[in-house]
Design a binder for this molecule. Structure first.
Ligand code: AMP
Length: 281
């Protein structure tokens, strides 16, 4: 079965109002499409928690810089909607750019604080403002009870959680574990850009991170373990944008290595493909 597709905010609100009137809990899963098993895991989490699930499909121009892959980003709505139908999704919200950003649109949600400081922001300065603005718009449009985001984009998850709290949106942001290939590579729509040779080398990113996390758990100096991992990852042909450990709850720099929850986060480029990943330490 193919989910019901709506293109406008008013149609979305009508559908949601009908569900609300019979008291259904509503989940939302925002995506940029090119769906894979990682997205489906968010959909499954929503279907378990909520009687109704809305998936949104929108490749958001405002989170791409001019030199990034907005035009090349895979657009596969037909197969996406088949996948969502098989998963039992009720509603697909797939608006055009003009519906989301009509003529004269002039609002940006600007993120500050530790979650938005450094890491991705150092390389993509406007990225989280673009993400916060679109996610806020989608959440306000659908007003779900829960919205589901992947830990794959860990910094994004914490930024979205911060934004939702700051705006007192009456909903819960739920983080879901990263889905990986058998060799460890995190599923990503951008993996489609990898050549066969790059695909073979790509799992070195997570392998190096896992080795460093294990060494740190056994007592190694974090900075030494990270330096070793950087060498290993660079050895597979990656150019490393960052490999850092932060406080897992706030993303603030670590002050007390023994007593804080730790998250290791990385971004690295392999040819023309930029991969990000993160794990608990
Ligand atoms: P995207 O379409 O890439 O913007 O991702 C939409 C949502 O799917 C985001 O919340 C991502 O964090 C999540 N996601 C992407 N890849 C994965 C994955 N491998 N495992 C779990 N969630 C993922």
């Amino acid at each position: 079965m193919i989910p019901h597709v709506v293109r406008t905010i008013s149609e979305l609100r009508e559908a949601v109002a009908e569900w609300r009137s019979d008291g259904a809990g509503i989940g939302m899963v925002p995506t940029m499409g090119a769906l894979h098993a990682g997205h489906v895991s968010l959909v499954d989490a929503s279907m378990r928690a909520c009687r109704r699930t809305i998936v949104t499909l929108f490749v958001n121009p405002r989170q791409f810089a001019p030199n990034e892959d907005f035009a090349a980003y895979p657009r596969t709505e037909e197969s996406d909607s088949r996948i969502l139908g098989e998963a039992g999704v009720d509603l697909l919200f797939a608006p055009a750019v003009e519906e989301v950003y009509p003529e004269g649109f002039a609002t940006t949600i600007a993120m500050a604080g530790p979650a938005a400081a450094g890491l991705e922001t150092a390389f993509r300065p406007h990225f989280f403002d673009g993400v916060a603005t679109i996610v806020a718009k989608l959440l306000v449009a659908g007003m779900p009870d829960y919205a589901f985001f992947g830990e794959k984009d860990y910094q994004q998850l914490l930024v979205v959680r911060r934004m939702a709290r700051d705006l007192a949106l009456p909903l819960e942001i739920v983080g879901c574990p990263t889905v990986r290939e058998d060799d460890g590579l995190a599923l990503s729509s951008r993996n489609a850009y990898l050549s066969d040779d790059e695909r073979r080398r790509a799992p070195t990113l997570i392998a190096g991170m896992r080795r460093a996390a294990a060494a740190i758990r056994k007592g190694a100096e974090p900075m030494d373990a990270l330096a070793d991992a950087k060498r290993e990852i660079a050895g597979a042909g990656f150019s490393v944008d960052y490999l850092e450990i932060r406080n897992a709850e706030t993303l603030a720099p670590v002050a007390d290595w023994r007593n804080e929850p730790l998250r290791m986060l990385a971004a690295a480029r392999l040819g023309r493909t930029r991969l990000i990943d993160n794990i608990a330490v």
